[in-house]
Design a protein around this ligand. Sequence first.
Ligand code: UDP
Ligand code: MG
Length: 329
Amino acid sequence: MKARYSVIVPMFNEEEVIQHTYERLKKVMDGCGDSYELVFVNDGSRDRTAEIMREISSRDEHVKLVDFSRNFGHQVAITAGMDYAEGEAVVVIDADLQDPPEVILQMIAKWKEGYEVVYAKRLKRQGETLFKKATAKMFYRLLSSMTSVEIPTDTGDFRLIDRKVCDVLRGLKEKNRYVRGLVSWVGFRQTMVEYVREERFAGETKYPLKKMIRFALDGITSFSHKPLKIASYIGFFLSFSSFLYLFFVLFQKVFTSWTVPGWASIVGVNLLFNGIVLMLLGVIGEYIGRIYDESKDRPLYIVRETRGYGDAESGGENAGVRKDNDYAR
Ligand code: UDP
Ligand code: MG
């Protein structure tokens, strides 16, 4: 029988927290009075996360495990969770207990009122570095100033979506995924609950600066063409001013007898303009790279094995791969 609620938990090297997360989630979901499943997606962890989860899933039939062949990234792990989740309402939550599982009950209440997307807005973020909070804040403001899709500020991927929304999202095949943007883009009746983001229970963040920048670029380039336009604005402005400057140079040459050594200005202007041109090429490159990713059309992720789907525990050649599912999507 299909569960009523699915909870998706992406995990990357979460051995220190995962047992605890499972127990707390279980407690909350046992209290919700309906059938549920916990879909844990192991995003190529290099520690004991998968082992621990395999063990848990063999004891608890609510627990499903989707094990990636390598690290594909947080957003892809969430996407996989949505592919495998069967519930009528699907919740996405971080593995590190920064998003308190108890909030899920509030989300479910809203869902029962008829909302199709319930996102959780962070009132406060505890135990995160000033740098993280400041950059996150800047990013959300920048993103919302750049795109026409209204992406709520200060929300993460902690949210509940209805089966309908989940199915629509599964149909969106873009490779550089920014899930929370996509959820806003699809529309439907959306509402929010507020919560205080807690400190990570254990371990450290799996989002180093490099991943954060990648994530921010995906968010912006997937939902805005403005950077491309900025490129052409700057280009236009610079060509126009150089044109004016050319007049000035010609005027000097013809009507005055100033002999300017000229070296410094030539080098200066060259450096400046080359820098700007390279920067703008970079902007265009970001988009072309993404077009390239789309055109290769590789699967978003590759699954090594799944647990908790039918004959999963028996092992064997096609162990645990859902019949209607390919290894790769
Ligand atoms: N995560 C993942 N793949 C990655 C990086 C992170 O599945 O490549 C998971 C991680 O295990 C956690 C969630 O994404 O459940 C959010 O990561 P984290 O808590 O490290 O990010 P932060 O809260 O610091 O932004
Ligand atoms: Mg976290």
